[in-house]
Design a protein. Structure first.
Length: 161
């Protein structure tokens, strides 16, 4: 019996349009803009074919994705590792892995491994950390990213409302 929440058909259509392809697994919208547009989705820890999906939270909002891509392009990943330290980041990975493990509904397939976005050490993807933070989880990297993304404050307010 599955306890994973499924996206509505309307959400699936919006997500697939944003991705430009059909979804390979189940997901649910966990953060939205005030007009209902998906900002963050939560992925089931396995794709439909049983492939492990290490990214539990996925950033969907185009404005956030573009802003975070600019941070990554400017060397943000290495800079934030040095600023926050690997021990603090490791704690975020452990909590993320535990949350993802608790969401597993398929026991017949290999479990996904690693922390945020499948990372074992350091930072792999600022997008995944921001998605984790916006989904309401403690994530020092995601919290830092919210202070650095080049978006009008009204965008963050719109997501939080």
């Amino acid at each position: 019996m599955s306890t994973f929440r499924d996206a509505t058909p309307t959400d699936v259509a919006a997500i697939e349009a944003a991705l430009g392809r059909p979804l390979a697994g189940r997901c649910a919208v966990v953060v939205r803009r005030s007009d209902g547009r998906p900002v963050v989705i939560e992925n089931e820890p396995h794709l439909r074919d049983g492939t492990p999906m290490p990214t539990l939270y996925w950033l969907m909002d185009p404005e956030f994705v573009d802003a975070v891509s600019r941070l990554e392009g400017a060397g943000g990943v290495h800079q934030y590792e040095a600023t926050l330290g690997l021990d603090a980041i490791a704690a975020v990975h452990e909590a993320y892995a535990a949350r993802r493990q608790a969401a597993i509904v398929r026991l017949d397939a290999p479990a996904p491994a690693g922390g945020v976005g499948g990372t074992r050490v350091g930072i792999k993807c600022l997008h995944a950390h921001l998605a984790n933070y916006l989904a309401g989880n403690d994530d020092l990297v995601g919290q830092l990213v919210t202070t650095l993304v080049a978006l009008p404050p009204t965008v963050l307010e719109d997501v939080r409302s």
